[in-house]
Structure formats: structure tokens, C-alpha cells
Ligand binder design. Structure first.
Ligand code: FNR
Length: 411
């Protein structure tokens, strides 16, 4: 209503409401490097297109005269009643888009009443992001480190910062083949962005210091902290070459430590079983696309799959996220919530995913465009727009809740 009223009174929003225009203007508001990083996908970006095309394969069949004036978008997720079935997907290294981006995102999410999933590769420490979000709900996204101590430390920090769940991202044990980033020299990592969760972690710093104090031969020139941050990120993607040029013990040790710990490519189902015993937080698995994996996740005591292609940034040619949803929903058979992201651009998209059985959806790139255009207020506005359209879609489809919306495969 508020959005309508503003429109009728001639007030124009700071972030365009039309999805294509929002994207166009948002992309223009960023540096070319940031745009390449945010907009880019894996390979020839077929999965990115598949994510969008999937939404065109389903259609809502509205019902009339049902008196469904009162809508209820609220949802129970892991013991908390949320006003709407929307969360902000975790997005890392956003300081490339705007300084202190994650603090702005936390404020925008809080103002719009949706939980932020804080990325393991956020630009500010989790504790600072939690403080910016205040009483608003938040979740933590974990990239599974090779260091069990570091994983435990991240889990303790998530619990201590009031996170309601931990989202373990499984589709990025190695970074996907992303030509737009490769052609620009792996920005934003070459600018030292996206490692604040690590450099603010006592376990990580201890690992780096231990390594630095180990005997080593060769000279040790001074390297500035800024350069250390930068080198950490560059080195993550270019093992070997850069390391050979670093000779100061501590930065070099930090680089080596980060390279060692940031991801565990040989992760298996037995590791997952061990994780269950190490946190009291609900565990969501991000990147589940196969029904059998969803079943195994349930057997391992996981609290919910998040169906995702990582925004088409990992496996080019992979199934579109919404196309994978019905299989996962079937496999789970109502035992746990199912979440979805990748390709959600509008409230009508969200309605389709929810009608097809998702419990909640995560919004990704659209709020980044809002962030680029108007900071915290831009994030808030994009979320409010998506929720307003979702609410209208549900009501106009003759339903009271998104799950009641009638949907079928397009013929
Ligand atoms: C991501 N995504 C992501 N996921 C994650 O678990 N941790 C992360 O740090 C990031 N970082 C990240 C950066 C950027 C620039 C993008 C676009 C995406 C994936 C993200 O959580 C989500 O799966 C996708 O954004 C969904 O696709 P759409 O809807 O944004 O296209």
C-alpha cells in the first residue's frame, strides 16, 4: 500500500521497480570490475540462463471470488516465525561494490524485516555485521575450512552473534571457471576484499602466527597490512607464483595459511555427520540439486536443503535451480523446510517457487543492485518491492498463502 501510495502521489523510487531497469541502473552504478564480479557466471553462462528460463516453464492459474483478501506470508523457520518467506542470499566480497557494504546490507535487511545470511567472505567481521543488524534475525554461511579448529571457531562466533542457522555452501569447494573475473585478474580478490571473517578470527591468526614462527630460510622484507590483505586474496587464486615472491614470514605465513584452510575440496558425507555434533544451530546445505543428495542430507541430520546453482557461477550447463526444486521437494516429503535461490528476480518468481514447494526463497543479485544504487535504503527497497509483488500475486491468484497458489507446468 505504501509503495502504491507513493507511486500515486508521484514520488519516484530511488531504485527502479522494473526488474530489467533495476538491473541496468544497478550495474551502471558499479565499477566495471564490480559489475563483472557480480553479474558474471561460470563458463558460457548457460546455467545462469537456465535459472531464469526455468521460471518460464511454470504458470500460475489464478482463481477468482475466493474472498482471499487477507494474505499470510509468514513462515516458521527453525523455531522462529518470520513475517515473510524471504531471506538475503549470502554474497561475499561486496566491498568492491561499496565501502562497508555488509553493514549497509545488515541495516537494509533489518529495516525490511528479512534475515541476512552473512557470507563467510563478507567484508566486515560477523560481530560488526550483527551489531549493524541489531535485533533482526541473521544466519551465517560457512565455507568448510580444512582446519577443524577454524570451523569450530566460526560456528562459535555464529552462535555468539545470534545467528539462527548455519548455511554450509557445498557447491564451491573450488571456485568455478568464471571468464569475466579471469579476464580482469580475479577481482575482487586481487584487491584484498572478502577475508574479514578470517583476519578477525583468533584461530586463523594463531595458525598464521604458528606458521610464521616456524624456521624458514631467506630474507624478510617489510610488507604493509594492505598488501598482505591483497596478497592473501590474489594468492588464493594463483598458488605458486605469488607465494614465491613473498618473503616476509608473517604475511607469507598468512597467505599460506589461508590457501591451506579456506576450502576443503575432498569434503564427504562423513564430514557432514561430524558437523552435526559440533553446533546447536540448524544446518542448511546450500547447493543441493539432486533428490538423492537431499535424502542423504536428511539421513545425516541436516535441517534443510537450499536448492541453488550459486547463481550459475559454478557448474556451467547445470540444471536450473527451479527445475531441480520439485525433485528435492518430493525427496524431502515435508520433513524439513526446502529453500531455493538462483534466478529469483521478482515477487512473482518467488510466488512460483513457493507454490512449487519451497518454504522460503533467497534473493541474490537484485539486492546487490539496490545496494549499488542507494546503500542500505536500496537493499530495503528491493526487498520491499519483491515482497509487495509477492503479496499481490498471492492475493490476485485467489490464495491466502503462497503455498495455496495454483501452479502447473506451462504447456
Ligand atoms: C554469490 N553467492 C555466494 N554464496 C555463498 O554461499 N557464499 C558467498 O560468499 C557467495 N558469494 C557470491 C557473490 C556474488 C557476487 C554472487 C552473485 C553470488 C551465491 C549466492 O548466495 C546465491 O546462490 C546466488 O546469488 C543466487 O543467484 P541470483 O539469484 O543472485 O542470480
Amino acid at each position: 500500500e505504501e509503495i502504491y501510495r507513493d507511486g500515486v502521489s508521484g514520488r519516484r523510487p530511488r531504485v527502479p521497480t522494473a526488474p530489467a531497469e533495476r538491473e541496468r541502473r544497478g550495474r551502471r552504478a558499479m565499477s566495471r570490475a564490480a559489475d563483472a564480479y557480480v553479474s558474471g557466471g561460470a563458463g558460457a553462462e548457460a546455467t545462469m540462463r537456465a535459472d531464469r528460463a526455468a521460471f518460464g516453464r511454470y504458470e500460475i492459474v489464478p482463481r477468482v471470488l475466493r474472498g482471499s483478501v487477507e494474505r499470510d506470508l509468514s513462515v516458521d523457520l527453525f523455531g522462529r516465525r518470520l513475517p515473510s518467506p524471504l531471506l538475503l542470499a549470502p554474497i561475499g566480497a561486496l566491498d568492491l561494490v561499496r565501502r562497508d557494504a555488509d553493514l549497509a546490507v545488515a541495516r537494509g535487511a533489518a529495516a525490511a524485516g528479512v534475515p541476512m545470511i552473512v557470507s563467510n567472505q563478507a567484508g566486515s567481521p560477523l560481530e560488526a555485521i550483527a551489531a549493524a543488524g541489531g535485533a533482526a534475525p541473521r544466519w551465517f554461511q560457512l565455507y568448510w575450512s580444512t582446519s577443524d579448529d577454524l570451523v569450530d571457531s566460526f560456528l562459535r562466533r555464529a552462535e555468539g552473534s545470534g545467528c539462527d542457522a548455519v548455511v554450509v555452501t557445498l557447491d564451491t569447494t573450488m571456485l568455478g571457471w568464471r571468464p569475466r573475473d579471469l579476464d580482469r585478474g580475479h577481482l575482487p580478490f586481487s584487491r584484498g576484499l572478502g577475508i574479514a571473517q578470517y583476519t578477525s578470527d583468533p584461530v586463523f591468526l594463531r595458525l598464521a602466527a604458528d606458521r610464521a614462527s616456524a624456521p624458514r630460510s631467506g630474507p624478510a622484507p617489510r610488507i604493509t597490512p594492505r598488501a598482505v590483505r591483497t596478497l592473501l586474496e590474489i594468492s588464493r587464486h594463483h598458488p605458486g607464483g605469488l607465494l614465491d615472491n613473498l618473503t616476509s614470514p608473517l604475511p607469507r605465513a598468512a597467505v599460506e595459511t589461508f590457501l591451506d584452510v579456506y576450502s576443503r575440496p575432498h569434503l564427504s558425507w562423513s564430514d557432514l555427520a561430524s558437523l552435526r555434533g559440533r553446533t546447536r544451530l540448524p544446518i542448511v546445505l546450500k547447493g543441493v540439486l539432486h533428490p538423492d543428495d537431499a535424502r542423504r542430507a536428511l539421513d545425516a541430520g541436516v535441517d534443510g536443503p537450499l536448492v541453488s546453482t550459486h547463481g550459475g557461477r559454478q557448474v556451467d550447463g547445470a540444471v536450473g535451480s527451479l527445475d531441480a526444486l520439485p525433485g528435492v521437494v518430493d525427496a524431502v516429503a515435508g520433513r524439513v523446510p526446502v529453500l531455493l535461490d538462483s534466478g529469483v528476480r521478482t515477487g512473482a518468481d518467488a510466488a512460483l517457487a513457493l507454490a512449487l514447494g519451497a518454504t522460503a526463497v533467497c534473493l541474490g543479485r537484485p539486492w546487490v543492485w539496490g545496494l549499488a544504487l542507494a546503500g542500505a535504503g536500496g537493499v530495503e527497497q528491493v526487498v520491499r518491492d519483491v515482497l509487495a509483488e509477492l503479496d499481490l500475486t498471492v492475493g490476485l491468484a485467489g490464495a491466502r498463502t503462497p503455498a495455496e497458489v495454483e501452479v502447473r507446468a506451462r504447456r
